[in-house]
Write a protein that binds this ligand. Structure first.
Ligand code: TMP
Length: 210
């Protein structure tokens, strides 16, 4: 029986990296093996690609190069980590996946959705997350939270309009597929938000398996 594939998404400062380990800890008391991972990254090569994507380079990276690097990392991640885990019946919790590509490279950088969808199909085939949890926060608030952390990476230096487009993209995609997406207000306390996330994932636990 294939495992479940759950992704956490959201703009900067939404709290994914706080919520994901809490969810994993809870899930491990119910499921034998839960793999936590992230994008870009997750595999050895993917983590190297992450450095290329997030690091500041002398020359601006073209949007197409960025898109293809994201998917190169994803192809490796799927091959080495995600597909083997799911095929072994393990659950995979992933901090960001292809919805982030539609949000950042699509809405943010302006790459047409059709072109992203073509690469998505090529790299992933039919594989899509079973559930995508979008942690939603107003841009100014999220940027304020993220700004209090370390040195900004190559995405975090983008302006507010960029992150407004990112947020809109997540909300738009979630609105057209409410079975596979859930949007949660990330301004709740860590505990309340985690409780909401667990309720939703519980439904996934009890739901029909492939
Ligand atoms: P993180 O800060 O949540 O770890 O994510 C790293 C950055 O990578 C974040 O700013 C969003 C960006 N990103 C993309 O631009 N496209 C993608 O497909 C993914 C997975 C992440």
């Amino acid at each position: 029986m294939r495992g479940r594939f759950i992704t956490l998404e959201g703009g900067e400062g939404a709290g994914k990296s706080t919520q994901l380990p809490l969810l994993a800890e809870w899930l491990r008391s119910r499921i034998d093996t839960v793999v936590t991972t992230r994008e870009p990254g997750g595999s050895a090569l993917g983590e190297e690609v992450r450095e290329l994507l997030l690091g500041h380079r002398g020359q601006a990276m073209s949007a197409d190069a960025e898109l293809l690097l994201v998917f190169a990392a994803r192809a490796e991640h799927l091959d080495k980590i995600i597909a083997p885990a799911l095929n072994a019946g393990h659950w995979v919790l992933c901090d960001r996946f292809t919805d982030a590509t539609y949000a950042y490279q699509g809405a943010g950088r302006g790459i047409e959705e059709d072109r992203i969808a073509a690469v998505e199909q090529w790299v992933q085939g039919a594989l899509r997350p079973d559930l995508c949890i979008v942690l939603d926060i107003p841009v100014a608030e999220g940027m304020g939270r993220a700004g209090r952390r370390s040195q900004p990476d190559r995405f975090e230096i983008e302006d507010r309009a960029f992150f407004e487009r990112v947020r809109e993209s997540y909300l738009r995609r979630a609105a057209v597929d409410s079975g596979r997406y859930v949007v949660m207000d990330a301004r709740q306390s860590v505990e309340r938000l985690q409780a909401r996330i667990r309720e939703r994932v519980e439904a996934c636990l009890l739901g029909p398996h492939d």
